[in-house]
Write a new protein. Structure first.
Length: 437
């Protein structure tokens, strides 16, 4: 898996991702402490609102940003967005009103909503080989999971020496370090189609998503992921510290078990993808998510919780890690930023639904009923994904072009021309707006 780091451009971008993730993790801890400083007992409500603003920024800004960012050089764009994020983080320690937190969080997450899909869309252009790209996806999953463990530990160590305001400085350094690493490499910037209007560019990713059967399946699987991950993120602290009466350290270890399961799959993903199709892997992961949520009915001790969380980490990584392969297969290089932006927005839209849902269920119903309802939601979404994603998911498809002139050069692409039909690698674009039956 680590052989892909021999590619210097990818290695620099991977380091940039790690540094920026650690900086963001430090900001998460510091923001919670800042909210408590300003709001006291109402800090939870402030943080809940800040998270909702984050999700709304991701959902609304990512598609709009893709309509603009696709026209700009990627390296300059990524550096600029890192510097914007660093500037916002620099201002956070000086906040003295709650509304200022909300404003800065919106600006910070709006920049992230433009940065992340552009960054993700650059990797398949740097690593065109499918196996190398699979390794890169596994490393990316590993980086996210390690950040969930390292950032809180690093924050705890820094807080023994500095005030929590210094954690925001770590965030600034993280984004500046990311910008310097991006500056050190050359990034491909496929030429965008400037003939499209702003509205067409803003909706391009969504149109590709909804017109491509495998991506419609991915949309349903996003809800499977959100059903389980929201359960873990929202209710771990409640289960550990309220139901079982344990410490904050026990909460951290429960999260670590979840991350360990995810990391194990990330390390094995290259071998798994050699033996199973992407569809089989992701649907197996979805089934395992449902089993993990049903196993929540058996949680009667902390050790049982840790085991279930480890299982859910395995399952979610099986679904999440290969998703980039579907996006890579389903768009031309110049359209990938729009498609990655659509996935970014749609997946966070699922979380915007499940975060408050699991919070309300956990607060108002029994844990058995909460786990059962979330398992039912995940099972329904998995079934929809199974039905929407065809078993025969071929890249090369025979299709027709009604109204396309017989002398149009496009007829010479692919092979097997018969009258008004030919076949080639089929991707939704201006010439192919509808998936062939």
């Amino acid at each position: 898996m680590f052989s892909v780091l021999q590619n210097r451009t990818y290695r620099q971008l991977f380091l940039a991702q790690i540094i920026a993730l650690i900086g963001t993790g430090l900001a998460t801890v510091a923001l919670g402490l800042k909210a408590f400083e300003l709001a006291g007992a109402n800090a939870g409500a402030v943080l809940g609102t800040a998270l909702a603003i984050k999700m709304l920024a991701y959902i609304s800004i990512a598609p709009l940003a893709s309509a603009i960012t696709g026209l700009l050089p990627r390296r300059a764009l990524l550096i600029s967005l890192d510097l914007i994020r660093a500037s916002v983080a620099l201002l956070l320690p000086f906040v003295d009103e709650i509304w200022q937190i909300y404003l800065l969080i919106f600006l910070l997450q709006s920049a992230s909503a433009a940065f992340t899909p552009t960054f993700q869309a650059s990797i398949p252009d740097i690593l065109p080989d499918e196996k190398d790209y699979t390794r890169a996806l596994s490393l990316s999953r590993l980086a996210y999971d390690l950040e969930n463990i390292i950032s809180p530990l690093l924050a705890a160590a820094l807080l023994t020496v500095f005030s929590f305001h210094s954690l925001f400085n770590g965030t600034v350094l993280g984004f500046c370090g990311s910008a310097l690493l991006v500056l050190s490499v050359s990034l491909p910037s496929p030429t965008a189609d400037t003939s499209r209007s702003f509205a067409q560019r803003a909706t391009l990713g969504l149109r590709i998503f909804l017109a491509t059967p495998r991506l419609r399946g991915l949309l349903a699987l996003n809800l499977v992921v959100a059903s389980a991950s929201a359960m873990v993120i929202v209710n771990t602290v409640v289960l550990v510290q309220s139901r079982f009466g344990l410490s904050e350290q026990a909460t951290a270890w429960a999260f670590a078990a979840f991350g360990a399961g995810s990391m194990l799959i990330a390390l094995l993903m290259t071998k798994l993808s050699d033996r199973l199709t992407t569809r089989s892997l992701m649907l197996a992961g979805a089934v395992l998510v449902c089993c993990g949520l049903l196993a929540g009915l058996l949680i009667d001790s902390y050790n049982a919780l840790v085991a279930v969380w480890f299982l859910l980490g395995l399952a979610l990584s099986l679904v999440q890690t290969p998703a980039g392969q579907l996006l890579r297969r389903s768009a031309h290089a110049q359209d990938r930023p729009a498609l990655f932006a659509a996935q970014f927005a749609l997946s966070h839209g699922c979380w915007l639904l499940t975060y408050p849902l699991v919070g309300w269920l956990g607060a108002n119903l029994s844990w058995s009923l909460t786990f059962s309802l979330m398992a039912a939601l995940a099972a329904l979404a998995a079934l929809v994904g199974y039905r929407l994603w065809p078993v025969e998911d071929n890249d090369t498809l025979q299709h027709s072009h009604e109204g396309l002139a017989r002398d149009d050069p496009h007829w010479h692409e692919g092979h097997g021309q018969h009258g008004h039909r030919h076949s080639h690698h089929f991707i939704i674009d201006d010439k192919h707006p509808v998936w062939p039956r």
